[in-house]
Design a protein around this ligand. Structure first.
Ligand SMILES: [Zn+2]
Ligand SMILES: [Zn+2]
Length: 369
C-alpha cells in the first residue's frame, strides 16, 4: 500500500520526468510530472520499520551478532555503536539500531541501513518494545581486569557453569560488592548471575579444550587475561584470592589510571598505593632511611637525592614503595621493613611492567648492585 499524504505542488515543470528521486530526512519522494509524490523505492523508512513484525527475525539478528561479535556485526552491516538505546536479551546488550536493521532484512530480504531510519533511536526503541523486547538507555560498565580475573578463575575451576550454580551466584554477589564501578548507578541486572554465566561461556571460545563453537562475544581484555593465565591456574587462583581479600579492605581513595590497571588490576593497585601512603609508617621509614644514610633521603635503587637536585624544594621528598605484592603475601598488615624509599622514576620503573620488579632487580638493571 502506498504512503499517502498531501504534498506540495511544484508548479508546471513539465521537463521533470518520473526518474528523479529526492531524499529528505524523513521520507523520500519522486518528482513525477512536476509533482512531488512519495517514491515507491525506497519506501518511506518509517513505513519500513512498521513492517518489522517478526520477533524471530530480531532473535535471529542477535544470534548472528553473538556469532560474529559486535565489531564484525556492525561493520558487516554498516552501523555504528548505539549511543542511547540498548536491546537487552538474556543478560546481554545489543546495539538496538543495528539489530533492528538486520532483523528487517531477516524478515523482508533487504537491509534497513543505518541511514534508513527516520525517527532515530527512539523509534527503534518503540518498535522493539512493541515486539516484547527490553530496551534500556544505559549500558552496564565494561568488565575490568579484576572482574575478568575473578571470572576466569571460576571458569578454570568449574568450567562454563550457568546462572543457577551457587559459585556463579556467589561471584555475582562479590562483583556487586567490589569497589570498582562506584561512580556508576547500578542497575538491577549489574553483574547478575545471568551476566556472570554469559561471561564464563565467553571463555569457551578461547579454550582449545572446548570442541564446540563458543560465543564470539569475547573482548580484547578477555583474550589478554586468558593468554596470561590459562596455563597458570595456580597463580590465577592466588591473584583472585588477593583481589577478593583486597576488596574487603578499607583503603584511601586513590585514583588508578589505565596504565596501573593494566598490571595488577584496580583493587590491588589501589591497595598497594594505599599501603604506600600510610603516613605514619612512611614517616617512620623515611626517618630510618635518613639514619641509614647520614641524614640524606636518597633512593634505595639509584641513589638520587631530591634535595641535591632541587634544593630546599626537594627536601624530605621521596616515594615509598611497598615491596611485597599482596598476591604473594596474602597478608594485609604493613611492616616497616616492607617499605623501600625510591625516587619517582625508580618507583615508576618498578611498576611499569608486570611482574613488578624487586628493588634489587632494578638496582642490577641499572648497574648499581
Ligand atoms: Zn631512583
Ligand atoms: Zn610501589
Amino acid at each position: 500500500m502506498r504512503h499517502r499524504r498531501s504534498l506540495p505542488r511544484l508548479g508546471d515543470r513539465s521537463t521533470f520526468k518520473s526518474s528523479v528521486t529526492v531524499f529528505s530526512s524523513t521520507n523520500s519522494f519522486a518528482i513525477r510530472d512536476g509533482v512531488l509524490v512519495p517514491s515507491e523505492t525506497p519506501e518511506s523508512p518509517t513505513r519500513m520499520l512498521s513492517a518489522l513484525t517478526s520477533r524471530d527475525a530480531v532473535v535471529a539478528a542477535m544470534v548472528e551478532y553473538d556469532t560474529l561479535g559486535q565489531a564484525a556485526f556492525l561493520s558487516k552491516y554498516g552501523f555504528g555503536e548505539a549511543r542511547s538505546y540498548f536491546l537487552v536479551h538474556d543478560g546481554k546488550e545489543y546495539d538496538s539500531k543495528a539489530i533492528t536493521g538486520v532483523a528487517y532484512k531477516n524478515q523482508h530480504g533487504t537491509l534497513l541501513g543505518a541511514h534508513d531510519f527516520s525517527g532515530g533511536e527512539a523509534t527503534v526503541r518503540r518498535k522493539l518494545r512493541s515486539l516484547g523486547f527490553e530496551v534500556r538507555s544505559e549500558r552496564n560498565p565494561s568488565w575490568v581486569r579484576d572482574e575478568v580475573i575473578l571470572a576466569l578463575d571460576l571458569y578454570m575451576r568449574f568450567g562454563a557453569i550457568g546462572k543457577t550454580h551457587p559459585e556463579v551466584i556467589q561471584l555475582s554477589e562479590i562483583l556487586n560488592g567490589l569497589p570498582i564501578h562506584t561512580d556508576t548507578r547500578f542497575r538491577s541486572d549489574f553483574r547478575n548471575p545471568n551476566g556472570v554465566g554469559m561471561k564464563l561461556s565467553n571463555f569457551l571460545a578461547l579454550d582449545p579444550a572446548y570442541a564446540g563453537a563458543g560465543l564470539k562475544a569475547v573482548s580484547r581484555l578477555d583474550e589478554i587475561v586468558w593468554e596470561e593465565f590459562h596455563n597458570d591456574p595456580e597463580r590465577l587462583a592466588i591473584l583472585a584470592a588477593a583481589i577478593r581479600l583486597g576488596a574487603t579492605m578499607e583503603v584511601v581513595e586513590i585514583p588508578v589510571d589505565d596504565e596501573d590497571e593494566a598490571q595488577e588490576g584496580r583493587i590491588l593497585t589501589r591497595l598497594h598505593k594505599s599501603r604506600e601512603r600510610n603516613q605514619k609508617l612512611v614517616a617512620k621509614r623515611k626517618a630510618q632511611r635518613r639514619a641509614e644514610c647520614g641524614g640524606a633521603l636518597s633512593c634505595e635503587a639509584c641513589g638520587f637525592d631530591f634535595v641535591v637536585k632541587y634544593g630546599e624544594r626537594g627536601d624530605g621528598f621521596a616515594e615509598c614503595h611497598h615491596k611485597i605484592p599482596l598476591a604473594e603475601s596474602g597478608d594485609t598488615t604493613t611492616r616497616l621493613e616492607d617499605l623501600a624509599i625510591l625516587c619517582a622514576n625508580c618507583h615508576r620503573m618498578v611498576h611499569v611492567r608486570k611482574p613488578m620488579l624487586a628493588v634489587d632487580e632494578l638496582k642490577s638493571l641499572i648497574g648499581n648492585l
